[in-house]
Design a protein around this ligand. Structure first.
Ligand SMILES: [Zn+2]
Length: 178
């Protein structure tokens, strides 16, 4: 992969399927947030930062699938290599992602075809309500997909050198065994 970092404000949605979709970036909502204190025996596991305004079913799916994503990074060198190709560290990208709920407007638009969305290079990732209905593995795939954007991976068509959303999903599925 030869995907350069992009700095322009572009939002990518993670879609299970082959259709790319985009949305306008929104600022993180101004809420009081709390750090998850979930403990785990895994030495590299980290508790994701989750906005207190994330709905409980989404939070619950997120906490479980974030652990799965971290485990795949631990056990799959190919999965870590996706991030290394971006000169990034997968654990750091995943751990430094900040999870917010999708906006009400996005729930009616981008979330109709996506499970989450983010801006390339930025920490906030917005999760749609329907993220809570994904299997743990599929949810972990979405988290790694978004973490790759966090690490600087662009996406076609907004990044002409990038892969389409569905192709990124295929890449993650193959490399991370998800
Ligand atoms: Zn994407």
């Amino acid at each position: 992969m030869d995907i350069r970092k992009i700095t322009r404000q572009v939002v990518f949605a993670t879609i299970i399927g082959s259709t790319a979709s985009t949305a306008i970036a929104t600022s993180p909502p101004d809420h009081r947030d709390t750090q998850s204190t979930a403990a785990t025996a895994d030495q590299v596991a980290t508790s994701p930062w989750i906005s207190s305004s994330v709905p409980v079913p989404v939070r619950s799916r997120l906490e479980a699938s974030h652990q799965v994503a971290t485990q795949r990074l631990t056990t799959k060198a190919q999965c870590r290599a996706l991030f290394a190709d971006l000169n990034a560290d997968g654990f750091e990208a995943l751990a430094s992602t900040m999870y917010y709920p999708a906006s009400t407007a996005s729930e009616k638009q981008v979330c109709r075809g996506a499970f989450g969305y983010t801006t390339v290079g930025s920490a906030p990732t917005f999760l749609c309500r329907r993220f809570s209905r994904l299997s743990e593995r599929r949810a972990a795939l979405v988290l790694i997909h978004e973490a790759l954007h966090r690490a600087g991976m662009g996406e076609w068509p907004l990044d002409s050198d990038g892969l389409a959303s569905g192709a990124i999903n295929d890449l993650v599925a193959e490399a991370c065994g998800l």
